[in-house]
Ligand binder design. Structure first.
Ligand code: ZN
Length: 74
């Protein structure tokens, strides 16, 4: 009887460890992904028309060049 209880606790503990490990791995992967996304936002590109530096996220991509606004795109 005591052995049964110990076995159940051991199984529950292993399941808990596996679940905890998996959720931690997901968290680490999410952090890595987020760091990568932040890096893209931080990259600055020079607008070929007005020479202003703008982040790639805000820039308008046209013919492989990053423009700060639609006015510069013309
Ligand atoms: Zn511009």
């Amino acid at each position: 009887m005591v052995f049964k209880v110990v076995a159940i606790i051991a199984v529950l503990f292993i399941v808990y460890l596996l679940f905890f490990k998996r959720s931690r791995e997901n968290e680490i992967n999410n952090n890595k992904k987020r760091a990568k996304e932040n890096k893209i936002e931080e990259v600055m590109e020079e607008c070929p028309t007005c020479k202003t530096y703008i982040s790639k996220k805000e820039a308008i991509l046209s013919n492989g060049k990053y423009f700060c606004s639609k006015e510069c795109l013309k």
